[in-house]
Unconditional design. Sequence first.
Length: 273
Amino acid sequence: MPGGMFTRFTIGQFAALHGINKKTLMWYDEVGLLHPVEVGENGYRYYNYYQSSTLETILQLRDLGVSIPDVQAFLRSRSPAMLGGLIEEKLTDLDEQIRQLERTRADLLAKRAALHRLQHLDLDKIELTQLPEARLIAIPVNKHTPPETAIELMLKQASRQRLPRLYSGVYGSMIPVPHLRQGRFYDYTAIFMEAPDADGPNVHICPAGAYLRGWCKGSWDLIPDQYRRMLAYADAHGLELSGHSYERGINERVIDNIDDYITQIDIQVKPKP
């Protein structure tokens, strides 16, 4: 009997002993990870106790995500150092997965909070709000720049900076305050995308500080009226506006009709001396 005094198992028995499907053992045989100790004349595969530790090692490494070639290499030359190297590699991978999950969780929490604010938004309100510094990729445009050209330029910059797709970012358009004061409400100078780690000539720093905030619901044709309201509010409250106004669409992924589109407008307020 193969294996001397050790009990011989059929492939079904050996698979059941280790809590796996016998097709897994057949596959391990095919790829050279674990061959049966004997194949009977009837074609049946047989295994013994000696192979249990080897199989458990294979299962452990596969559960850790170790590739078949790396498992084969380890089985050819088992050592504490080699196993330690595999473990360190998987720990590095796992740490990166955890970081990615943490980023995803933070993004989902932010989206949940944004949806909550959206559902309780008073669109008639104009308010002062404090914003942290934000780093933006700003692509210069003017009122004659075709939208498709602006989007293409933004996509190229996002790719250059290794940023995620546009749907996962915050983006919008910028217009200088002097343009607003002159009634040039469509004379934008840049489109932007928030990019905390961006660098290079197209980076624009949106300063931390006070901003006058308002919202416009409906098509962009209504935005000039909202700007007039916000400028009148600033004058009535003695607020000196400076820098830029930043426009962001905040609900475009949850609406079907442009009449429900909400543009958030943040205009920089000059600090008082």
